[in-house]
Design a binder for this molecule. Structure first.
Ligand SMILES: NC(=O)c1ccc[n+]([C@@H]2O[C@H](COP(=O)([O-])OP(=O)(O)OC[C@H]3O[C@@H](n4cnc5c(N)ncnc54)[C@H](O)[C@@H]3O)[C@@H](O)[C@H]2O)c1
Length: 379
């Protein structure tokens, strides 16, 4: 899969007109943002920030000069200061919020530093790639009055909210099982700018933590719980030592048992032939009365299937834009301006999503059933 399709799939088309939320008691005060990490995702974030009312991109940071220059050109309207050391950016008193989009192994370190610098934070997913580091992050965030939003952007997608609401109302009865998958037709682009860390499991957290964390977070949301146990198998099945030195997986199968008893089956792979059915992303939530099907593809579609033989599916929600991420970003600034801290995809959601993914990874690595308590993070 090329970079555009891997990243762009999530990035989606940002809508051109952005609204100030109707219920926000917002002041028109400008919020100055610093963006740390100006690679593929950081560039998308800068583009999104530039479209938001009363938001300025006042600082940028990247260790690679060409990326810093490119981002500075993109944000020239706001005349941003540029830094190669993120600590110097954090010292700037005129920056109220930092958006962090660096390789995954650096997330916790930078987020803790940003908390200490008393900034509002948008931190890309995964919040962390080890339980130990996530524990440190939670400790540092305790008592913070600042907004902390994570890159679990799917928490802001209206069609998924509809699926969750209808399931909570009991449309499918009691939820008992879930089947989900993320099947790509190709590996991540080996020439991508993020290939220098993505294929190194020690830096990315491995495919499941860097990538399927979005899917697993949606599973947690649909099921309204968090897993208690995980077991699975996987590895580098097709793309062996390709690119050379690669340590992350390209295929695995996992089973989870949730705290509320729901059983879940999840697969991810990077070799699904384009024409073969059931590629892409899917979520099928089975209840005692029927099942809810969530399709995330060119469009976002949620349908309900009653168990009765011959019953026609009922479309619950349909969205032409399957990845409306701007809503997530708008919610961040609404929270900054109104002082409310319960943003969609907040720190707790990000932590549970990361631990869900890490638990699955460790079950595969250690070839054993992993339990939530073994990760030693209280949340
Ligand atoms: N939420 C989403 O939907 C989504 C989508 C894509 C990527 N991401 C996440 O965003 C993050 C970045 O991914 P990417 O694809 O943009 O990677 P990338 O490699 O293209 O960009 C990362 C940038 O960080 C810079 N960097 C590395 N070390 C740094 C340091 N110490 N200080 C400052 N800059 C530093 C690199 O030079 C690079 O430009 C990853 O954590 C990824 O998982 C999230």
């Amino acid at each position: 899969m090329n970079e555009l399709s891997r990243r762009g799939f999530l990035a989606g088309a940002a809508t051109a007109t952005l609204r100030r939320p109707a219920n926000a008691q917002a002041t028109a005060e400008t919020v100055n943002v610093g963006v740390i990490g100006n690679g593929i995702r950081g560039t998308f974030l800068v583009e999104s920030l530039l479209k938001l009312p009363d938001v300025k991109v006042k600082a940028l940071c990247d260790v690679k000069a060409d990326r810093l220059d490119r981002a500075a050109t993109l944000a020239a309207r706001d005349n941003p200061a540029t830094f190669s050391d993120y600590r110097a950016l954090l010292e700037r008193k005129d920056i109220q919020a930092v958006w962090i989009a660096v390789p995954c192994d650096l997330h916790v370190e930078m987020a803790i530093a940003a908390l200490r610098a008393d900034k509002h934070i948008y931190l890309e997913k995964p919040v962390g790639i080890t339980p130990e580091s996530i524990r440190e992050l939670l400790k540092a965030a305790k008592g913070s009055k600042k907004v902390f939003q994570t890159g679990q952007v799917m928490r802001s997608y209206p069609y998924l909210k509809t699926a969750v609401e209808r399931l909570r109302e009991g449309i499918a009865g009691e939820v008992i099982m879930l089947r989900a998958w993320r099947h790509s037709s190709d590996d991540m682009d080996h020439n991508s700018s993020s290939a220098d860390w993505f294929f190194n499991a020690k830096r990315s957290g491995d495919l499941i933590v860097e990538n399927a964390i979005h899917n697993l977070d949606v599973c947690n949301w649909l099921v309204n719980s968090r897993p208690e146990r995980a077991a699975g198998f996987g590895g580098t099945l097709l793309w062996k030592n390709d690119p050379p030195g690669r340590t992350n997986m390209d295929g695995y199968t996992l089973s989870y048992e949730y705290k509320n008893g729901v059983k879940m089956s999840f697969t991810q792979l990077a070799f699904h032939p384009t024409g073969l059915p059931h590629g892409g992303w899917g979520f099928q939530v089975y209840g005692t009365k029927g099942a809810v099907d969530v399709v995330y593809g060119r469009e976002g579609k949620v349908s309900y299937y009653k168990r009765e033989r011959g019953a026609q599916p009922i479309v619950l929600s349909q969205s032409a834009d399957s990845a409306p991420q701007d809503l997530h970003f708008e919610a961040f600034f609404e929270a900054v301006r109104t002082g409310k801290t319960d943003v969609p995809g907040g720190l707790e959601v990000g932590v549970v999503a990361a631990l869900t993914s890490i638990m699955g990874r460790e079950a595969i690595y250690r070839k054993k059933v992993m339990t939530w308590s073994e990760m030693g993070v209280e949340i």
